[in-house]
Ligand binder design. Structure first.
Ligand code: EPZ
Length: 420
């Protein structure tokens, strides 16, 4: 069993290169399945979810070849089945994008109900409602999602909430729908724009990505191309918060500063300096950290995927802070583990309140999902004494080489093997 061991209270200083966006990669790699040709995707993060997704696509009959650890060549021309591999597809949530890609290209897809981070009920009803609007038949049985259509016809689709997954999945399927599809109340995250840009590069006709109305004019087929995905907004934010919580000075490089605006604003409210360059941000404290209130929302609001990391930081600030989680109905499960490190967070439904002034002290904890694992690492980096973190596989799903990146900033952090 692997554990991360951290001896905390070392201010982290230096530069860190940010990798490709996990949630862009997990949309664009399956979107390449919709193409009949060879696609090469650069700047992929070297994380388990990407490898599992590539393996799942190979099981469909495609050939996937890593030209280097961040570049994947996919030849989807040889796909010979529309049934996804159960074991691989249930390891993550993003396997649901295979529904849109296979339905669009072949008119049929069987994919197991997705896995992924467990923080409350995570249905895919908006995805299926979109597919049905396009003329598909959707059946949920024995843990599988089965979608099929003689022909996809463009439609106007209104999303009850700006779901990232549903927006992307419907967009991929609609690429081949006859006529025009319009997705209203669409999500606007950067990885949606990235996926639309990739699809347009190989022949799709998508406009409006990044706004709440996306239009897709159907095409007959998609071709080949080479595409570089955007940097990871959440990895970037995690290292920005690491600078603040360890009273360090970190420059995050190879990023798109605009994507970080919600966090940059909050860190400045908390008495941090955030210096902005064309492709970097430098973060350091300017005196005592001040508490503030945070309310997660859909982009361009404060990202829910930075909520656990931000709540951890707010525990150490001065004054009361209120964190409101509006996107998911149960994303505070990590707080029980954080309390082992001394966190003074009180949860009431969708809000968590801290009185601040917390000095974390080392303990044995376990990650409950990807971003809660990141929050525990941040708390361990700030804690007095030694922290041991279990269930490291959660972190490996979304953070490439995080211990070596933190070590390069001065952290005393190692990965060990130990009997459970
Ligand atoms: C994506 O999940 C991300 N995952 C999540 O990142 C991220 O937290 C989330 O978007 C919000 O930004 C990937 O991209 C692989 P949603 P997704 O559909 O698509 C409800 C991480 O840590 N909903 O935008 O599942 C849903 O329950 C992961 O990188 C429905 O009710 O999120 C939630 O309350 C964690 N029915 C809200 O909408 C649906 O059909 C937003 O979910 C779909 C969603």
């Amino acid at each position: 069993m692997e554990y991360i061991v951290i001896n905390g209270q070392k201010p982290l200083k230096g530069c860190v290169q940010i990798g490709g966006a996990k949630n862009a990669a997990l949309a664009i790699v399956p979107a390449a399945v919709a193409s009949g040709g060879v696609c090469i995707i650069d700047n992929l993060p070297d994380i388990n979810d990407v490898h599992n997704l590539a393996n799942a696509i190979e099981k469909l009959g495609a050939t996937c070849r890593f030209l280097d650890k961040h570049t994947l060549e996919i030849n989807a021309g040889s796909i010979n089945t529309h049934i996804a591999d159960y074991d691989l597809a249930t390891k993550m949530r993003a396997s649901y994008y295979l529904l849109g890609a296979l339905l669009g290209r072949f008119g049929e897809a069987h994919v197991p109900m997705p896995g992924g981070c467990d923080f409350g009920y995570r249905p895919i009803d908006y995805h299926l409602k979109g597919f049905e609007a396009l003329g598909a038949k959707c059946v949920l049985e024995h843990g599988w999602v089965k979608v099929s259509a003689e022909k996809l016809i463009g439609a106007e689709i209104y999303l009850d909430c700006p779901s990232v997954g549903a927006t992307i999945n419907i967009m991929i399927a609609a690429v081949f729908a006859e006529g025009t599809t319009q997705i209203e109340n669409a999500a606007r995250e950067p990885h949606i724009v990235d996926t639309a840009n990739f699809l347009n590069m190989i022949g799709a006709k998508i406009s409006g990505a990044g706004t709440d109305i996306i239009k897709i004019n159907g095409v007959e087929s998609l071709g080949c191309g080479r595409y570089t995905i955007i940097p990871d907004q959440i990895e970037t934010g995690t290292y920005m918060i690491a600078a603040a919580i360890t009273d360090g000075d970190i420059t995050v490089k190879n990023i798109i500063p605009k994507h970080m605006d919600p966090l940059t604003a909050k860190l400045r409210d908390m008495n941090c300096q955030v210096e902005e360059g064309p492709d970097y941000l430098r973060v350091y404290r300017d005196g005592e950290l001040k508490g503030c209130d945070v309310r997660t929302s859909y982009y361009p609001g404060f990202p829910t995927d930075l909520q656990p990391q931000m709540a951890t930081l707010l525990c150490t600030a001065s004054g009361t802070s209120v964190v409101t989680e509006t996107v998911f109905n149960n994303r505070f499960q990590y707080i029980n583990e954080l309390k082992r490190l001394g966190a003074n967070l009180k949860v009431d439904g969708r809000t968590a309140v801290t009185k601040g002034h917390c000095v974390f002290t080392g303990a044995q904890v376990g990650a409950t999902d990807l971003r809660s694992g990141a929050a525990l690492v941040l708390a361990g980096l700030a804690a007095r004494g030694e922290t041991t973190i279990g269930n490291v596989y959660h972190l490996d799903r979304g953070y490439e080489c995080f211990e070596s990146k933190f070590r390069s900033l001065g952290a005393d952090i190692t990965r060990i093997e130990r009997d459970e």
